[in-house]
Design a protein around this ligand. Structure first.
Ligand code: ADP
Ligand code: MG
Length: 684
């Protein structure tokens, strides 16, 4: 048998290049812009005695090995004793190679760096970094950068690759001198050089906090690239053709007349904004924001009738089946009597039903289509899609929204996105640079504010009694089971158990259960029974979080409220307070609560304003939570922080506008430098 051929291993440099590429570092400029995440100060040496007074801090010491020994108790470890003229230090290594013992043999001089602590047997360091040195080995005169690294990429390799790249690139500044002077920005080259090799006397605090002018320049450049790219995307969108939906005609008028209520001022205003967009020959891209219960659905429906009046189809997509079905029923209830055929499409339909729905969509017989993400599946073809409406847009990925937008036949449909999750202004300004935003800032009249109470879990029996009393008064109640992030199965189990327990405790009430694992028909049956008042108490998981609208429900209990995000609690609480009855929300918590948890729940008690809640949630949790990492502008920002660098965002936005009109050459150069391969980001 022939000996198996040894596979030739690829040249080492190639493998390194692959590893770098995996980090997105395939060009010299990308390497140069790969900036340190932190720095280590190796410019200072302490004696062992001095270091002993700085326990808990990272320190660097030179010493000579007096002892190097493998010990077996309490577990196998390499123990090295180090001295200088001032004291003795013990080094411990739990996982070690034989070569390390050789490196640290008795008599060797070592430079060790780590956190010193006072141990039982004197001062010690666990797992310090160790370097063999001579008595006269000089200290570095710059802080040592530590780079974000990937698997198999050492700091040494990164440093070398970056240094090589720095020797090769063209250093021209994308921002001309006058411009930099006006904006008080540091020049590109010295900023980059300083960040990769900070001099020993650098303002270390500013470097760590990223307030140093060199960092400010990087953040500004990054934000400018982001703004330029989004404004370009916006311009590109304006080049695309869209159907002109100019006719709010007979159907729209009949619909408005049939409505049992008048639109609020805010609804009227945003509707005008949307109508103006629909008349334009390029695709609308508008986000309709409005707090829970502010009445976004009717506005969406009126946008749809304008599309239909103009001879086009509209599609409404919602993230959950419960919500989609609710929209379908409500909108079909409004429009079918006016002769509009509304189609219903979700993944759970039988094949025959699906085929029928698809046929009606394809023929154009269905003027409006409501559904879940089944709407974006390949087989669905629209005859003349003019308007796409996406409810709870943040629940969908960018790709999903794009797919639906691409269902237009020979033009791009207009797009209306809706969200009850208020997006703070700073985020809207950056991520949504290519999005118009309309806000419904007024609730329909006749709502009663929801009273929110915090109650310790131990008082569960009292709460159960209160639920009982409310039900006997004819009110309906939601009981929301705790969020268990790690496990949907566990969440389900908890809901099932809670349902059994409450059914047993309240035998004279009808107790229902709804959760994500029910078949759609079962889910619908439960929701129907609840809507009709046949169920008094509905035990639910967070499936009821979005959009569910049962006005007679006026009491909500949320268990383990401390586990929820504030925006989520706000969404949940928005399920009550929709009718005329005084409503209450009881937030049960498991004590003892830490100070942050206490503060968060207190916010829920203090305010019912979704924007205020979002603002304070942002303070506590950071912006990523609002949009999901994939969609957030934050996700592609490596250096700038949308909250703390707000002033820079504003400057970058203004300059982007100016460059695109007056100096497109600068805009091009800047984008080329900063985006490189990332050109496609944020094309939403
Ligand atoms: P959301 O903005 O949370 O999606 P909905 O569109 O579900 O809110 O509306 C909440 C409730 O308010 C619905 O029952 C809806 O019929 C009602 N509603 C909407 N607009 C008005 C209005 N102008 N006057 C009275 N009730 C309204
Ligand atoms: Mg809604």
């Amino acid at each position: 048998m022939p000996a198996p051929k040894k596979k030739p291993s690829p040249p080492k440099s190639l493998r390194t290049a692959d590893k770098l590429a995996r980090l997105g570092l395939s060009t010299d400029m990308a390497l140069v812009l790969h900036l340190p995440m932190r720095y280590e100060d190796e410019t200072q040496l302490l004696t062992i005695r001095e270091a002993g007074m700085r326990a808990g801090l990272a320190v660097q010491i030179d010493g000579v090995v007096t002892d190097c020994d493998v010990q077996y108790r309490p577990r196998r470890q390499l123990v090295v004793k180090l001295t200088d003229d001032t004291g003795l230090l013990t080094l411990r290594f739990l996982n070690f190679y034989g070569s390390q013992a050789t490196q640290m043999a008795v008599g060797k001089r070592l430079r060790v760096r780590g956190e010193l602590r006072h141990g039982f047997f004197g001062d010690e360091m666990v797992h310090p970094t160790v370097k063999a040195v001579e008595a006269d080995t000089p200290l570095p005169d710059a802080l040592t950068p530590v780079y974000p690294a990937g698997e198999g990429l050492s700091q040494a390799i990164l440093r070398k690759a970056i240094a090589n790249a720095m020797a090769r690139i063209a250093w021209d500044d994308t921002l001309p001198d006058e411009l930099r002077a006006t904006l008080k920005l540091m020049a590109f080259e010295p900023a980059i050089r300083l960040l990769h090799h900070p001099p020993a006397d650098v303002d270390e605090h500013a470097l760590v906090e990223r307030t140093h002018p060199a960092w400010i320049r990087m953040k500004f450049d990054e934000l400018l690239a982001q703004q330029l790219s989004m404004k370009r995307a916006q311009a590109a969108r304006r080049q695309q053709g869209a159907p002109v939906l100019g006719n709010a005609g007979a159907l729209t008028q009949a619909f408005v007349q049939a409505l049992p209520f008048a639109l609020t001022g805010a609804q009227q205003r945003v509707l005008e904004e949307i109508r103006a967009d629909l008349k334009a020959p390029y695709p609308m891209q508008r986000l309709l924001q409005g707090d829970v219960g502010s009445g976004k659905t009717i506005v969406a429906a009126l946008a749809a009738t304008q599309a239909i009046d103009s001879g086009y189809q509209a599609a409404l997509m919602a993230p959950t089946e419960i919500l989609a079905e609710q929209h379908f029923r409500k909108i079909a209830g409004w429009l079918e009597p006016l002769g509009v055929h509304v189609a219903w499409l979700t993944g759970s339909l039988k094949k025959k039903e699906k085929d029928e729905a698809r046929a009606r969509i394809e023929s154009g017989q269905a003027k409006l289509v409501v559904g879940t993400h089944a709407l974006i599946q390949q087989e669905v073809e629209f005859a003349r899609l003019g308007l796409v409406i996406v409810d709870e847009q943040h629940r969908f990925g960018v790709a999903q929204r794009l797919t639906l937008r691409n269902k237009g036949v020979d033009s791009v449909p207009h797009q209306l996105m809706m969200s009850a999750t208020p997006i703070p202004r700073t985020l809207a300004m950056t991520y949504f640079a290519d999005l118009e935003v309309s806000v419904i800032d007024e609730l329909p009249p006749g709502r009663t504010p929801v009273v929110t109470r915090l109650i310790a879990q131990e008082r569960r029996e009292e709460v159960t009694e209160r639920v009982h009393a409310a039900a006997l008064e004819g009110r309906q109640v939601y009981w929301v089971c705790p969020l268990i992030e790690e496990s949907e199965a566990l969440q389900l189990q908890t809901a099932t158990e809670t349902h059994a327990m409450l059914s047993a405790a309240l035998p004279d009430l009808q107790v229902g259960l709804v959760h994500g694992r029910l078949k759609p028909a079962e889910k619908q049956a439960v929701m129907d029974a609840f809507t009709k008042g046949e169920i008094h108490l509905l035990v639910a998981t967070t499936v009821i979080e979005v959009g569910v609208d049962v006005p007679n429900a006026s009491l909500m209990v949320i268990e383990h409220a401390e586990r929820f995000g504030l925006s989520q609690l706000h969404q949940l609480r928005g399920r009550v307070g929709r009718g005329a009855a005084a409503s209450a929300c009881l937030l049960m918590y498991q004590g003892p609560l830490g100070p942050v948890a206490k503060e968060r729940l207190a916010i829920m008690r203090e305010t019912a304003d979704g924007f205020e809640i979002a603002r304070r949630d942002l303070e506590i949790r950071g912006p990523g939570e609002f949009l999901g990492a994939r969609q957030s502008g934050q996700a592609m920002l490596r250096f700038a922080d949308l909250e703390t660098d707000q002033w820079l965002v504003a400057q970058a936005r203004d300059l982007a506008q100016q460059l695109l009109t007056q100096r497109p050459d600068i805009a091009d150069a800047h984008l080329a430098r900063w985006l490189g391969a990332k050109e496609d980001f944020l094309r939403v």
